[in-house]
Design a protein around this ligand. Structure first.
Ligand code: GRF
Length: 203
């Protein structure tokens, strides 16, 4: 499987994928960002499909088609979102649905969205975590592939808690992608006694 990583941020999750020898053939960003620079420095092909190219407002479907075009051009089989700041619309799911995987810094279905760490802190939970899941059309939905808990400490702020979560993501995300690559399918085969969590929609 040819893997593309989608990024917008610092790229520490991307670094973990590369360090774990996940065969990332393409790194695609929606904005100039350190992650794109890290990819280039590592000798991985890069594409910038800038979301701010839409002068008269953001057209999510048109943008998603452009992303899918770029993935097609690189013969991508599996898409790994690694801190990607744009929700992909229907055209991307029409072409890559079921093959887009995401890591999210909370225990879905709790704390969906871009401010998951801040929202968990504000809610006063003592345990949060991270979730690796197949991306659905709705933000932070889709079948869950792996989850792991992370404690919230009394003096945590958003940065310290997010970093503790990312330490887990940097281990769990490469391991989950490796399992997908090894079995050749995104979802594990049906298990009569489920050994993996229910989907976000079911939970
Ligand atoms: C990760 O916590 C990921 O779950 C979230 O964005 C963060 C990306 O971190 N969607 P980095 O930019 O790779 O350091």
């Amino acid at each position: 499987m040819r893997v593309a990583a989608l990024v917008s941020g610092t790229g520490s999750i991307l670094d973990a994928l590369l360090a774990a020898d996940v065969p990332v053939e393409l790194v695609l960003a929606d904005r100039p960002c350190p992650a794109l620079e890290r990819a280039a420095a590592a000798g991985v092909a890069t594409e910038l499909v800038a979301r701010d190219r839409f002068d008269a407002g953001f057209d999510r479907d048109a943008y998603s088609s452009l992303v899918a075009d770029a993935l097609d051009a690189h013969g991508v089989d599996l898409v790994a979102m690694a801190g990607f700041g744009t929700i992909l619309g229907q055209p991307a799911h029409d072409r890559y649905g079921g093959r887009i995987v995401n890591t999210h810094p909370a225990l879905l279905p709790r704390f969906k969205g871009w401010h998951a760490v801040r929202d968990a802190l504000a809610a006063g939970v003592t345990t949060t975590g991270c979730t690796i899941h197949v991306a659905g059309l709705e933000v932070d939905t889709g079948p869950i592939l792996a989850q792991e808990e992370v404690p919230v400490l009394p003096d945590d702020d958003e940065a310290s808690l997010h970093e503790r979560i990312k330490v887990v993501e940097r281990r769990l995300y490469p391991a989950t992608l490796r399992a997908i690559l090894d079995r050749g399918t995104v979802l594990p085969p049906d298990d009569p006694v489920p050994s993996h969590p229910t989907t976000a929609q079911e939970a």
